[in-house]
Design a protein. Structure first.
Length: 255
């Protein structure tokens, strides 16, 4: 029982290492360890009884490595919505010339355009508002029914799943940023036509204020649309969580 609880804590620790919000530098290491222990304490009594026989020290090292890797992969899958919103914020900043307006983004632990940081906090509020963290705990326990301890293996299907999610990041980012990008393009096109009619006009300096103001206005008007998409993306996390666990355990995912 103690050995099983320790392995659950190892997988939980891997999950906390890459899980959105909890994996950032703003969360103290002591709190991360405490969260891993708490998650293991909650999950271990609910798992089916499994007899684990320690054959050797090398076998134990392998199982610990497999479990922490499985947890890290599961946590990483949960980050794709945050990656997509980061792409959205970067595209909007590029279109509006706001690349120099940077602020610390806790999600990437680095300076990022202010639009990316704003969307990160929107995702964080939505993440907790929809109780996704509760669903992650519930589905973390459920993963043991499809991914027993020490049974995780890499596969072509896993790589295909990760690559599919990676491609989705760019696609979702462009879709969410599309209204602002369209307005920025329209303003640029209008001023380019004016520049042909009035050659003396400095198109760049005259169009930039209009481009920024119109882009920010559309960005503000699109926040509900962005929030709805963010909520829909986050609601997919539990299903993706179990689907990846099935792939790791070489079980055919449910359609």
């Amino acid at each position: 029982m103690l050995f099983r609880s320790l392995l659950v804590m190892v997988r939980a620790g891997g999950l906390i290492l890459t899980l959105p919000v909890f994996s950032g530098n703003q969360v103290p290491r002591q709190l991360k360890v405490a969260l891993g222990v708490l998650l293991a304490t909650l999950a271990a009594p609910l798992l089916p009884a499994v007899e684990l026989k320690v054959d050797s020290l090398w076998w134990l090292i392998q199982v610990v490595f497999v479990e922490i890797t499985a947890g890290a992969v599961l946590g990483f899958i949960c980050r794709f919505t945050f990656f997509a919103l980061d792409v959205t914020g970067t595209l909007i900043a590029n279109e509006l010339g706001l690349n120099m307006a940077t602020i610390l983004n806790p999600g990437s632990n680095s300076a990022a355009p202010i639009t990316s940081t704003l969307l990160y906090w929107l995702a964080v509020v939505t993440f907790f508002g929809l109780d996704i963290h509760h669903w992650v705990i519930a589905f973390f326990i459920r993963t043991y029914s499809v991914l027993p301890m020490g049974a995780a293996h890499g596969s072509e299907e896993l790589m295909r799943n990760v690559l599919t999610h990676t491609g989705w990041i760019l696609s979702a980012g462009i879709q969410i940023a599309a209204p602002v990008m369209a307005v920025a393009f329209l303003v640029t096109w209008v001023f380019s036509m004016l520049g042909r009619a009035v050659p003396q006009m400095n198109v760049f300096s005259e169009s930039m204020p209009v481009r920024v103001l119109s882009g920010l206005f559309v960005f503000a008007m699109s926040m509900r649309f962005i929030g709805d998409h963010t909520a829909n993306f986050l609601r997919r996390i539990p299903d993706d969580f179990v689907r990846v666990a099935q792939v790791l355990g070489h079980i055919a995912p449910n359609p």
